[in-house]
Design a protein around this ligand. Sequence first.
Ligand SMILES: Nc1ncnc2c1ncn2[C@@H]1O[C@H](COP(=O)(O)OP(=O)(O)OP(=O)(O)O)[C@@H](O)[C@H]1O
Length: 638
Amino acid sequence: MENISVAVRFRPPAAAAADTSPYSGGGVGGDREWRVDDTRIALLHRAAPVPGASFAFDHVFDGTATNVRIYGVLVRSLIRAAVHGFNGTAFAYGQTSSGKTFTMNGSGDQPGIIPLSVRDVFDTAREAADREFLIRVSYMEIYNEEINDLLTLGSQKLPIHESLERGVYVAGLREEIVNSAEQVLELLELGEANRHFGETNMNVRSSRSHTIFRMVIESSAKNQMDSGDAIRVSVLNLVDLAGSERIAKTGAGGVRLKEGKHINKSLMILGNVINKLSESGKQRGHIPYRDSKLTRILQPALGGNAKTSIICTAAPEEIHVEETRGTLQFASRAKCVSNCAQVNEILTDAALLKRQNKEIEELRKKLQVSLVYFRLLLKFRCDNSELERDRLAMELEEEKRLRETLEHRLAEQQKMLDDLNRTGISPDQFNDSIQLDALKTPNSKERPNGFVASRAHYSKDVEFSPIPENLGTVADEDLWMQLNKGCITDLEMLEMTPGFKCSQSITEDKTSVATPEEPIDARCQKLEKDCSSDRQQLEESKAKCTALENERDLLKEDNSSLLEELAKSKQEAGRLVVEKEEMLKELDMERSRMEELKQEIRLFSQAFSQRQGQLTSLYTKSKAIVENCKTSSQVSLP
Ligand SMILES: Nc1ncnc2c1ncn2[C@@H]1O[C@H](COP(=O)(O)OP(=O)(O)OP(=O)(O)O)[C@@H](O)[C@H]1O
């Protein structure tokens, strides 16, 4: 959103008024005068400020300001923006004879806003070397609330239409394609000749209509690569309004009176529109654009899609104080109105195609980046899972080894248990270790290599072999002798066995295996306990092993799904590449089609403007001939 630019310009005092009163800084005549500085205007009454009659603006120009200065401050940027695709409107507003036409059209030695703008449009277009321009102009007036074409004689009372594509437009208005500022200025001259002027008490050449000079600026990129760019179309309105007037002052009657009424009415509606627009959102309500042709045509410039500059012209003489005050109030409200200008682009098929292609290209780039990232991630995860797998395999190996060791130990302990069981000594029978010790040879410890006897196959016979069953098959000689208590024993039948020795592992493992000195039942119990804890450990290690194997399987699955995903992404990337190539082919075709069309348009517009030039010069010549004829007939009449 940007506010309308508003400036106030005081014209120099009229010769008659200047003669009768001093003029300083804009105000002139009588007791009241306007004091003007760069940004402020105040009404003074005998050098004292009049309450409620002080105004502040961004730019205030006194009678010494030139058109070039005003153009530079207020309009140049708007023209440059129009060449680059923004709609623009500049108009002069003020009472009759305050200098609107002087500001917009200028005089012989001081070109006004319109001719300066025309030259600037072509200069700016020339500077934009990368773009091609097609400029059309039209010139119309609103006279007594009717629209006339100033470039075509007899083309009057043109209707206003509205469509979605074109917005509000004047149907049947002639639009000239122009190639140079000179060509436009010629057309302007032609239009001026057709415009309604009239003499009033206030102005010998008073504009009796509002005129709208319009330039439609179309441009597209020249470059082959950018030929798919959108076409920019902007509308530039340069408006010279008729001035509000007091009938008493203008002394109007008849036709002038009728004109004056229409002028005042349309300016009043313009004032209403500005008033409404300057109000804040909720109070604003309905904006009466449709109440006059002027506001309808200028609708985009008033609170719409356009950059707008208003030059409010004022007369410094005391006699016009009230009108000037009205103009300054209008200007104060207008500067509160904000517009929303934006570049106007028309998307051709080629432009659409280009944009879509660009989007696809961007998406493809994004996809490539994410594919690279995805691949890295996959690789990282694969590496990780392989490492994990190796770690698990090692752990598994370790567990297996441990299990084997445990099984081995278990087997050994089982064997020992069995061995103990085979001795046949029941813990019930020998629940006292002293009793068991008594069965041993007293110095058996000192004779570790002493022989022991093992019962032969008959030894189970209690008659001859009273060795308790649970003592197993191992006994030393003394024990044998004692236990048989004098029974006849065929010692020759005894089998010689090596002395009983605890396995090293058992003797070393003091916590799990009883020392040989410990009672056998305690050793047994310990061994069984060890056995069961080993079994438990074995079970745990088996469970761990299974868990590790499961984990490994999961990792394998994970790995294969990642590989699958990678394959899919590769497939997708391939598909996108094919799609892109197809689109590029289509784009090439569109480009060549567009080039052909451009060539055709160029040829056509050249032929058209040639024909146009011929017709314009023919028209000017014939008009001059008619004028000549008229003057010669007037001269010869008397
Ligand atoms: N800044 C100026 N410097 C010199 N002369 C000026 C200036 N402004 C206006 N004039 C002169 O004042 C007279 C009236 O100006 P102009 O016709 O431009 O007024 P206007 O506002 O267009 O009036 P109207 O509404 O009646 O058409 C003209 O003779 C014009 O040359």
